[in-house]
Design a binder for this molecule. Structure first.
Ligand code: 5IU
Length: 273
């Protein structure tokens, strides 16, 4: 099979194919810092989370959070995260996986304890409720220049987000237009069409250089498999980096190792004409 045309374009040339400011910023950072690595910071205190971010910040284009697992979450924490995102040049992706009707998700996004829209550049949503979820989130996020990605596939075994569900999720994004929805969580580049200038960001979790999976259904592939073979843009790594034993320097070094692997896979992919 010939490679998908998007996978042959450098990140730098894809910036102009986007209108959403967050999507542009992601591609700019990737190109500037030579990184397609996102670190998923799934630790349970604010201090630990900020420590991981300080260690990996220089190596990443994106930091992914789950704000609801941080026991002592406050807006002071999110303010510090935003400060670090500016200093160390990365985008904040809150992996909230919204899944309710438009009215409810707009409140979950803007309000409550977390006020996600006030600090997260990017968030994500399930397509299962239908297009109202995009409308609800866009009323809050679009005026702020935020972006949304849809879950077209998941990395866990037995996921129901396959085949027709994946295709319909893609169609839902197309129908919504690319001002707010900028891409997908997926395991490979969905067969998208860039002949009319459409370019979607594909972010893939389930990436590990050591383990093949965990005992709860997670499945890992290498950066080469994900970026090189499957054509994804961003690799998302959690425990493989923040869970490494050996202290602060080991986490920093491991982030660099993944950054280099991800970047090598991208450079090799560009050669595959
Ligand atoms: N995550 C997945 N798979 C998915 C989606 C999100 O693993 O399909 I959508 C999240 C869960 C976790 C991170 O926050 O990505 C992966 O963490 P590990 O690299 O530690 O498995």
């Amino acid at each position: 099979m010939s490679p998908h045309p998007t996978t042959l374009l450098p990140y730098s040339e894809r910036i102009q194919l986007h209108t959403n400011p967050t999507a542009k910023r992601i591609l700019e950072i990737m190109d500037r810092k030579k990184t397609n690595l996102a670190v998923s910071v799934d630790v349970t205190t604010a201090e630990e989370a900020l420590e991981v971010v300080r260690r990996v910040g220089e190596s990443v284009c994106m930091v992914k959070t789950h704000c609801d697992i941080i026991e002592d979450f406050t807006l002071a924490f999110s303010e510090e995260l935003v400060k670090l995102s500016k200093e160390l040049d990365f985008v904040i992706f809150e992996d909230r996986k919204f899944a309710d009707i438009g009215n409810t998700v707009s409140l979950q996004y803007s309000s409550g304890v977390h006020k996600i829209s006030s600090w997260a550049d990017l968030t994500n949503a399930h397509s299962v409720p239908g297009p109202g979820i995009i409308k609800g989130l866009s009323t809050v996020g679009q005026p702020l220049g935020r972006a949304l990605i849809l879950l077209a596939e998941m990395s866990s075994s037995g996921s129901l987000a396959v085949d027709g569900y994946t295709k319909q999720t893609f169609q839902m994004a197309k129908d919504a237009g690319r001002e707010f929805v900028v891409g997908f969580i997926a395991q490979s580049r969905i067969d998208t069409d860039i002949s009319d200038g459409e370019d979607w960001l594909i972010l893939s979790p389930g990436v590990g250089l050591a383990a093949k999976g965990d005992s709860l259904g997670q499945q890992y592939r290498t950066p080469k498999e994900v970026v090189g073979d499957a054509g994804a843009d961003v690799i998302i790594v959690g425990r493989g980096i923040y869970g490494i034993k050996g202290g602060e320097q080991a986490v920093k070094d491991e982030a660099e190792r993944y950054r280099k692997e991800g970047w090598k896979a991208y450079e090799e992919r560009l050669q595959r004409q």
